[in-house]
Write a protein that binds this ligand. Structure first.
Ligand SMILES: *Cc1c(COP(=O)(O)O)cnc(C)c1O
Length: 388
């Protein structure tokens, strides 16, 4: 076994901070000395800048991507008795909020090449109770939003884009989060636009939706101590807004760096037997929040369908990579339709086979804008060493 000298993490937030340390620490100190920690001009300015960046008229910031999705559903009055179509291959928050408002998630299988919702299967899942579709731009790769919007329009469904992993990604030259009725973003530190703590945002071109979300994120209050609705408390604080204002200015450069790293991975990995590299749709310009490959081997199929229990070929490769000092992650080891919490929904093993297979095979490799060429070569060298 070759023991590498330097280990390579899947993500290095400290390295990114080092590149903007002077600007960020200055902005943070200004907020601290100002005494204004909640609300204020930094938050309002960031909302305006983010709306401009995404290309919408309205942005409402909040405490997290989870809250953004929750607020979006509440703003559309989606609740008990309603169904929301989405993917089983995403972070749990996407459907947790559907359940939290009292609605029912309806899972549609993914497309094997893109890991995203298979739009050809959406129509068969639509019932009289369906109110909305939540497409997730997973790993930073946009869905076919033209296709989604056509389906939604013909069935009069709302579209809430989950852009948590895709800030700045484009579909047909339009930023994701500006195409559906509502876009939901996360500024969790590991996302491609990450704060130094929790944060989120909702984008829309509909002033009525924006106004409703502003109301709901502040305890449903309109005017001090007058309550119109049961809301929540969900704020982006001034420190995070100040940091995000700075980071937003670098985002396009960082996204370009991610694209260059993704191209290099593709060049160096796509010809290797047993590795399937991710594909991009022609109209999509993704931001590669994750670079996720599939690991396949003869005999692997025997364990599919099922739930990954940690004993797959992929898991072996991952632990061998770890021994060689290369970090990686499994996004995601279990599909949502087979989660314990959704037992009551009655999905069966094998029912959404592509999502289940992906859970056995996926491995996300080191991906962050500052990843150097030599680090990337070490990732690839080590990965080849681990294949059998
Ligand atoms: C991170 C994430 C969320 C939730 O965002 P938080 O800010 O962590 O609450 C929702 N959906 C997807 C796809 C995510 O990756």
């Amino acid at each position: 076994m070759v023991q590498s000298v330097n280990s390579i993490p899947i993500l290095d937030l400290a390295q990114q901070y080092a590149t903007i340390e002077a600007e960020v620490s200055d902005a943070v100190l200004k907020v601290l000395t100002s005494g204004g920690y909640i609300g204020g001009s930094r938050v309002l300015d960031f909302e305006q800048q983010f709306a401009n960046y995404i290309g919408v008229s309205e942005c409402v910031v909040c405490n997290s991507g989870t809250d953004a999705l929750y607020l979006a559903l509440r703003a559309l009055n989606i609740g008990a008795g309603d169904e929301v179509i989405t993917t089983p291959f995403t972070f749990f928050a996407t459907t947790e909020v559907v359940s939290a408002v009292g609605a029912t998630p309806v899972f549609v299988d993914i497309d094997a090449d893109s890991f995203n919702l298979d739009i050809n299967q959406i129509a068969t899942a639509i019932t009289g109770k369906t109110r909305a579709i939540i497409p997730v731009h997973l790993f930073g790769q946009p869905l076919d939003m033209t296709g989604i919007m056509a389906i939604a329009q013909s069935h009069q469904l709302a579209v809430i884009e989950d852009c948590a992993q895709a800030t700045g990604a484009l579909w047909a030259n339009q930023k994701v989060g500006s195409i559906g009725q509502i876009g939901c973003f996360s500024f969790y530190p590991t996302k491609n636009l990450g704060a130094c703590g929790d944060g989120g945002a909702v984008t829309t071109n509909d002033p009525a939706i924006a106004a409703k979300i502003r109301l709901l994120r502040e305890h449903g209050s309109q005017g001090r101590y007058i309550y119109q609705e049961i809301g929540i408390n969900s704020r982006l604080d001034a420190l995070q807004a100040a940091i995000l204002q700075i980071k937003l200015r670098y985002l396009d450069t960082w996204n370009e760096q991610r694209r260059a790293i993704a191209r290099r991975y593709h060049q160096l990995l796509s010809h290797i037997p047993g590795i399937v590299t991710p594909q991009e749709l022609a109209k999509s310009q993704g931001v590669w929040n994750q670079y996720t490959i599939r690991l396949q081997r003869e005999g692997n199929e025997a364990i599919v369908p099922g739930i990954s229990t940690g004993g797959t070929y992929r898991d072996q490769v991952r632990s061998q990579l770890q021994e060689r000092g290369v970090g990686s992650m499994v996004y995601y080891p279990q599909p949502l339709h087979l989660q314990p919490v959704y037992k009551n929904l009655g999905y069966l093993l094998g029912q959404l086979p592509k999502a289940e297979q992906a859970c056995h095979e996926v491995l996300s490799l080191p991906m962050f804008p500052e990843l150097s060429l030599s680090q990337q070569e070490q990732v690839i060298y080590s990965l080849k060493d681990c294949l059998s």
